[in-house]
Design a binder for this molecule. Structure first.
Ligand SMILES: [Zn+2]
Length: 190
């Protein structure tokens, strides 16, 4: 069913990029018969077994369970991504932002994509898959206003030492001290 395959691409970016043979064969092939759910159980074509529906990804109906989708599609995609220094860097910066948001700022998510980070670093990133300048690895993106989610409009690019200082300020003195510390860095940088 073409509707199902385009749904797959939009609901899972990683899966879309990988275009894995397994998923192609398992999900897209018209030759495979549709197996109906029975008693809230669905057939996983990799497990070759009926599993509880909640073990499948939400959204578009797929015939590969979550564990197998991860093992066969998302994990290989991530491994490939980590061999590209540029993508690896973007992922590392994004992950750091996400961890800070969760642990320090008490926000479950950030409104910033790796694409946004790439855009904000565009001038510093070489095009080719060359060695990246070492200092890029330590750049951090911090929220300008720590009370709202990190986003394109709410971010400041800071050196790593300042990130540590800001995190400490937020922990010890709350938002007021965080904002104060950020403002004095900006003044000094002028
Ligand atoms: Zn499975």
């Amino acid at each position: 069913m073409s509707g199902a395959t385009s749904g797959l691409a939009t609901t899972c970016d990683t899966a879309e990029k990988v275009n894995s043979n397994v998923v192609n064969k398992a999900i897209k092939s018209r030759r495979l018969p549709i197996v109906p759910d029975v008693d809230n159980r669905r057939f996983c074509r990799v497990c070759q077994d009926m599993l509880p529906v909640e073990l499948f990804p939400a959204g578009t109906r797929r015939y590969v369970c979550r564990r197998h989708l991860w093992e066969r599609v998302q994990l290989p995609s991530k491994m490939r991504m980590l061999t590209d220094p540029r993508k690896k860097l973007l992922w590392q910066i994004w992950k750091r932002c996400w961890v800070d948001a969760k642990i320090i700022f008490g926000q479950p998510r950030i409104s910033l994509l790796q694409k946004d980070i790439e855009r904000s670093l565009a001038k510093k990133l070489p095009d080719a898959l060359e060695e990246l300048p070492a200092e890029l690895n330590s750049l951090s993106l911090m929220p300008a206003d720590p009370s709202i989610k990190l986003s394109c409009k709410n971010m400041v690019l800071v050196p790593p030492t300042l990130r540590k200082t800001l995190l400490k300020a937020r922990r010890d003195g709350g938002q007021a001290l965080y904002l104060e510390t950020l403002a004095s860095w900006r003044d000094a940088a002028k």
